[in-house]
Design a protein around this ligand. Structure first.
Ligand SMILES: [Zn+2]
Length: 264
């Protein structure tokens, strides 16, 4: 069994924060083979640490508090169910003013473009790549103070919009953006709201997104190592100033990126 595990027991896991928009880290116990885990219809990331397996489950902002079940299957074993509880989390409200009103109420011709881009974005974020992961120690993708946190309930020019599904790092234009973890570039584009945007696939449903870039230095198909530059901070798309908007998607839902910076 030990042959399947990394040489040290120090593999980092994100902080366990089982709330809407958070991550549940569930101990599955010792197994000889990686268990296949499902949360509803979705496959779930699993990681070995210290002789045990852990499921790392993304919980969407739309989740409601209450009990949930994971389905765990091990090669040659009987499927079993593991339960956990989603708690309550209240996110703050943020009001932003945009001078470019088209970014708040897009023109009719923009709506087609936005719909097409939404499909590309969702398809990248829901990507599943079968790949063993041994550690989730994240590099910070850009240096700078955290400005808007994940989950803020947003109003643009007093109109309600979707909650903030990433973390904003207020870095000056041109600041290098680096890959937080080894991965593959699976999508890149210049989108109406998100501006110049890159998507990295790290395997097992863990996908990260980098928006409003000034410049992108990698292309779809490129493999990147943790800490390697992928672009520079800018102000393309719907912004009030230069910053990096960074999103982390896990089993198809956006979760709080700070839980990965606090990996332990
Ligand atoms: Zn943002």
């Amino acid at each position: 069994m030990l042959l399947l595990l990394p040489p040290t027991s120090l593999a980092a896991l994100p902080r366990h924060d089982p709330v809407p928009g958070g991550v549940a880290v569930i101990d599955l116990g010792p197994e000889d083979h990686p268990p296949a885990v499902r949360y509803g219809e979705k496959r779930v990331l699993v990681l070995p640490r210290d002789g045990r397996w852990y499921a790392v489950v993304g919980l969407g902002l739309q989740e409601k508090p209450g009990p949930r079940t994971l389905e765990v299957r091990v090669e040659g074993g009987t499927p079993r169910r593991v339960t956990f509880e989603i708690g309550h989390r209240e996110y703050e409200t943020q009001r932003l003013t945009l001078k470019n009103r088209r970014m708040v109420n897009p023109y009719k011709k923009d709506l087609d473009r936005i719909a097409r881009e939404r499909k590309r974005i969702l398809s990248a974020l829901r990507h599943w790549q079968e790949r063993p992961l041994s550690d989730l120690t994240f590099f910070r993708p850009a240096e700078g103070p955290l400005s808007s946190r994940f989950g803020l309930r947003r109003y643009f020019n007093d109109q309600p919009r979707k909650p903030h599904s990433g973390l904003d790092i207020a870095a000056p234009r041109g600041t290098p953006v680096v890959a937080p973890l080894d991965g593959t570039v699976i999508e890149a584009g210049d989108f109406f709201f998100n501006g110049r945007t890159l998507f990295l696939d790290h395997g097992q449903g863990l996908v990260t997104m980098y928006c409003h870039l000034e410049e992108m230095s990698v292309r779809p198909g490129d493999r990147v190592r943790a800490g390697e530059p992928i672009g520079r901070v800018g102000s393309s798309g719907r912004v009030t100033g230069p910053h990096l908007h960074w999103s982390v998607s896990l089993n198809g839902v956006m979760v709080n990126p700070e839980l990965f910076l606090d990996a332990e």
